[in-house]
Design a protein around this ligand. Structure first.
Ligand SMILES: CC(C)(COP(=O)(O)OP(=O)(O)OC[C@H]1O[C@@H](n2cnc3c(N)ncnc32)[C@H](O)[C@@H]1OP(=O)(O)O)[C@@H](O)C(=O)NCCC(=O)NCCS
Length: 190
């Protein structure tokens, strides 16, 4: 099937972005109100790609994107964009949340645009969120991952997350493995 002009346009932009990524730093930043439309487009791409099976911290709808873009609070929502104009595609999205619900250990969630994977975007987002958690004085970060999600597990393990090897303790209700990164003591791997 022929791809839509929109998809081709994004693909060309993503390719251009990735060809330059060896020369520029992938920088994550907190979400701002003008990210709403681009976040909605990212959510649409993720939904079409079936990523909701593995990434479902909240609905991937345009309403949710609009709500998140204007979020103000202690929880952190972050993006990685390939430019600084309002129409620049977002290639990465992540969050640290739980503080607003009274937890001291935040939970981390990340996702990368399907066409931008395997190029360091996920790792850059992890570093950003870890730095935020450290600055906030968090002692640890928690996350959940499905056991067969190899790309995510490898990323998390390479950054120092420890998973329960067996037993009910290491699984969440929806059979995801629970990982924990301790922020006190040794720094996580670069
Ligand atoms: C998991 C995810 C966020 C990784 O993002 P990414 O930008 O592709 O990852 P990076 O390019 O930064 O790679 C970082 C590390 O992840 C691991 N990794 C990434 N892609 C991989 C793959 N296809 N197979 C195995 N390991 C992989 C590697 O350890 C890699 O390190 P290396 O490049 O030094 O080998 C991305 O695949 C994604 O969005 N997946 C769908 C949503 C999801 O599963 N989110 C996590 C829910 S728990």
């Amino acid at each position: 099937m022929e791809r839509s002009a929109k998809a081709q346009n994004f693909s060309a932009k993503a390719t251009a972005f990735m060809s330059y990524q060896n020369f520029i730093e992938l920088s994550a930043r907190q979400i701002v109100p003008f990210d709403g439309p681009a976040l909605a487009r990212l959510f649409e791409s993720l939904s079409k790609n079936g990523d909701v099976e593995r990434f479902h911290p909240h609905p991937l709808t345009s309403d949710e994107a609009a709500r998140l873009a204007v979020h103000r609070g202690r929880d952190v929502y972050a993006v990685i964009s390939d430019g600084d104009t309002p129409d620049a595609p977002l290639v990465g999205y992540g969050m640290l949340r739980g503080w607003e619900d009274g937890f001291t250990i935040p939970s981390l969630h990340i996702v990368v645009h399907p066409e931008a994977r395997g190029r360091g975007v996920g790792r850059a987002m992890m570093h950003f969120l870890h730095d935020v958690a450290r600055r906030r004085g968090a002692e640890a970060i928690r996350l959940k991952v499905y056991p067969d999600n190899t790309p995510a597990r490898r990323l998390y393990e390479s950054m120092g997350y420890r998973f329960e090897s067996s037993g009910a303790q290491g699984f969440s209700a929806e059979r995801q493995i629970i990982g924990l990164l301790t922020l006190t003591g040794a720094l996580y791997a670069a």
